[in-house]
Design a protein around this ligand. Sequence first.
Ligand code: DHK
Length: 149
Amino acid sequence: MLKTLILNGPNLNLLGTRQPEVYGSTTLEMVEDLCRTHGSSIGFEVTCFQSNLEGALIDAIHSAKGEQDGLILNAGAYTHTSIALMDAIASVELPVVEVHLSNIHAREDFRHVSYIAKVAIGQICGFGPQGYTLALDALSAHLKNRQAQ
Ligand code: DHK
Protein backbone atom coordinates (compact mmCIF):
# COMPACT_ATOMS: atom_id res chain seq x y z
CA MET A 1 0.00 0.00 0.00
CA LEU A 2 1.28 3.48 -0.90
CA LYS A 3 1.51 6.09 1.83
CA THR A 4 0.70 9.78 1.65
CA LEU A 5 0.61 12.63 4.10
CA ILE A 6 -2.05 15.32 3.67
CA LEU A 7 -0.81 18.58 5.11
CA ASN A 8 -3.00 21.59 5.76
CA GLY A 9 -1.62 24.93 6.82
CA PRO A 10 -2.81 28.04 8.66
CA ASN A 11 -6.50 28.77 9.20
CA LEU A 12 -7.62 25.57 7.50
CA ASN A 13 -8.59 24.21 10.94
CA LEU A 14 -11.46 26.75 10.69
CA LEU A 15 -12.92 25.25 7.51
CA GLY A 16 -16.69 25.06 7.71
CA THR A 17 -17.06 28.38 9.49
CA ARG A 18 -14.30 30.46 7.85
CA GLN A 19 -15.59 32.64 4.96
CA PRO A 20 -17.95 29.89 3.71
CA GLU A 21 -18.63 31.93 0.56
CA VAL A 22 -14.94 31.37 -0.37
CA TYR A 23 -14.00 28.09 1.31
CA GLY A 24 -17.37 26.30 1.55
CA SER A 25 -19.11 24.69 4.50
CA THR A 26 -17.17 21.42 4.69
CA THR A 27 -15.09 21.10 7.87
CA LEU A 28 -11.47 19.98 7.93
CA GLU A 29 -12.52 16.78 9.69
CA MET A 30 -14.91 16.04 6.80
CA VAL A 31 -12.16 16.79 4.25
CA GLU A 32 -9.78 14.45 6.08
CA ASP A 33 -12.43 11.68 6.26
CA LEU A 34 -13.02 12.10 2.52
CA CYS A 35 -9.27 11.75 1.91
CA ARG A 36 -9.00 8.60 4.04
CA THR A 37 -11.99 7.00 2.33
CA HIS A 38 -10.96 7.92 -1.21
CA GLY A 39 -7.32 7.15 -0.43
CA SER A 40 -8.05 3.61 0.75
CA SER A 41 -10.25 2.99 -2.32
CA ILE A 42 -7.25 3.68 -4.60
CA GLY A 43 -4.62 1.97 -2.44
CA PHE A 44 -3.31 4.76 -0.23
CA GLU A 45 -2.77 4.78 3.49
CA VAL A 46 -3.54 8.43 4.29
CA THR A 47 -2.19 10.36 7.26
CA CYS A 48 -3.49 13.88 7.94
CA PHE A 49 -1.85 16.78 9.76
CA GLN A 50 -2.80 20.44 10.15
CA SER A 51 -0.84 23.23 11.75
CA ASN A 52 -0.99 27.01 11.90
CA LEU A 53 2.80 27.08 12.40
CA GLU A 54 5.27 27.22 9.51
CA GLY A 55 7.96 25.35 11.48
CA ALA A 56 5.58 22.51 12.37
CA LEU A 57 4.71 22.10 8.67
CA ILE A 58 8.42 22.06 7.79
CA ASP A 59 9.08 19.42 10.48
CA ALA A 60 6.21 17.31 9.10
CA ILE A 61 7.70 17.52 5.58
CA HIS A 62 11.15 16.51 6.88
CA SER A 63 9.63 13.55 8.79
CA ALA A 64 7.90 12.36 5.64
CA LYS A 65 11.23 11.54 3.96
CA GLY A 66 11.62 7.76 3.79
CA GLU A 67 8.17 7.31 5.42
CA GLN A 68 5.76 8.56 2.75
CA ASP A 69 5.54 8.03 -1.01
CA GLY A 70 4.25 11.55 -1.62
CA LEU A 71 2.60 14.59 -0.08
CA ILE A 72 -0.54 16.61 -0.67
CA LEU A 73 -0.18 20.15 0.59
CA ASN A 74 -2.50 23.07 1.10
CA ALA A 75 -0.12 25.53 2.71
CA GLY A 76 -2.81 28.22 3.10
CA ALA A 77 -1.33 31.71 3.04
CA TYR A 78 2.22 30.31 3.41
CA THR A 79 1.79 29.26 -0.24
CA HIS A 80 2.35 32.87 -1.23
CA THR A 81 5.19 33.71 1.18
CA SER A 82 7.20 30.73 2.34
CA ILE A 83 10.57 30.10 0.73
CA ALA A 84 11.23 27.90 3.80
CA LEU A 85 8.38 25.53 2.88
CA MET A 86 9.55 25.49 -0.74
CA ASP A 87 13.07 24.58 0.39
CA ALA A 88 11.74 21.86 2.71
CA ILE A 89 9.89 20.21 -0.19
CA ALA A 90 12.96 20.45 -2.45
CA SER A 91 15.07 18.91 0.35
CA VAL A 92 13.01 15.74 0.84
CA GLU A 93 12.65 14.96 -2.87
CA LEU A 94 9.10 13.60 -2.52
CA PRO A 95 6.39 14.28 -5.11
CA VAL A 96 4.06 16.98 -3.81
CA VAL A 97 0.63 17.91 -5.17
CA GLU A 98 -0.42 21.46 -4.25
CA VAL A 99 -4.10 21.94 -3.43
CA HIS A 100 -6.32 24.96 -2.81
CA LEU A 101 -10.03 24.93 -2.20
CA SER A 102 -10.51 28.27 -3.93
CA ASN A 103 -9.28 29.29 -7.38
CA ILE A 104 -6.30 31.36 -6.23
CA HIS A 105 -5.78 32.69 -9.78
CA ALA A 106 -9.22 34.32 -9.78
CA ARG A 107 -8.58 36.11 -6.47
CA GLU A 108 -6.29 38.94 -5.29
CA ASP A 109 -2.98 39.38 -7.13
CA PHE A 110 -0.92 38.33 -4.10
CA ARG A 111 -2.58 34.89 -4.23
CA HIS A 112 -1.43 34.33 -7.83
CA VAL A 113 2.14 33.66 -6.68
CA SER A 114 2.88 30.21 -5.28
CA TYR A 115 6.30 29.23 -3.95
CA ILE A 116 4.94 25.69 -3.58
CA ALA A 117 4.16 25.43 -7.31
CA LYS A 118 7.88 25.84 -8.07
CA VAL A 119 8.63 22.48 -6.44
CA ALA A 120 5.29 20.65 -6.75
CA ILE A 121 4.51 18.13 -9.49
CA GLY A 122 1.27 20.06 -10.07
CA GLN A 123 -1.40 22.32 -8.63
CA ILE A 124 -5.14 21.75 -8.22
CA CYS A 125 -7.29 24.71 -7.22
CA GLY A 126 -10.87 25.87 -7.37
CA PHE A 127 -12.67 22.55 -6.84
CA GLY A 128 -13.34 22.81 -3.11
CA PRO A 129 -12.88 19.61 -1.07
CA GLN A 130 -12.91 17.53 -4.26
CA GLY A 131 -9.49 19.03 -5.00
CA TYR A 132 -8.03 16.73 -2.36
CA THR A 133 -9.44 13.57 -4.00
CA LEU A 134 -8.26 14.84 -7.39
CA ALA A 135 -4.83 15.33 -5.81
CA LEU A 136 -4.84 11.73 -4.54
CA ASP A 137 -5.72 10.50 -8.05
CA ALA A 138 -2.96 12.68 -9.54
CA LEU A 139 -0.39 11.44 -7.02
CA SER A 140 -1.43 7.83 -7.65
CA ALA A 141 -1.04 8.27 -11.44
CA HIS A 142 2.34 9.98 -10.96
CA LEU A 143 3.66 7.17 -8.73
CA LYS A 144 2.39 4.45 -11.11
CA ASN A 145 3.97 6.20 -14.13
CA ARG A 146 7.24 6.48 -12.26
CA GLN A 147 7.14 2.78 -11.31
CA ALA A 148 6.50 1.81 -14.93
CA GLN A 149 9.61 3.65 -16.15
C1 DHK B 1 -6.32 28.76 1.61
C2 DHK B 1 -5.87 29.86 2.27
O1 DHK B 1 -5.86 29.92 3.59
C3 DHK B 1 -5.45 31.06 1.54
O2 DHK B 1 -4.48 31.80 2.23
C4 DHK B 1 -4.95 30.75 0.14
C5 DHK B 1 -6.20 28.60 0.15
C6 DHK B 1 -5.99 29.90 -0.59
C7 DHK B 1 -7.32 27.74 -0.40
O3 DHK B 1 -8.04 28.16 -1.28
O4 DHK B 1 -7.46 26.60 0.06
O5 DHK B 1 -4.73 31.93 -0.57
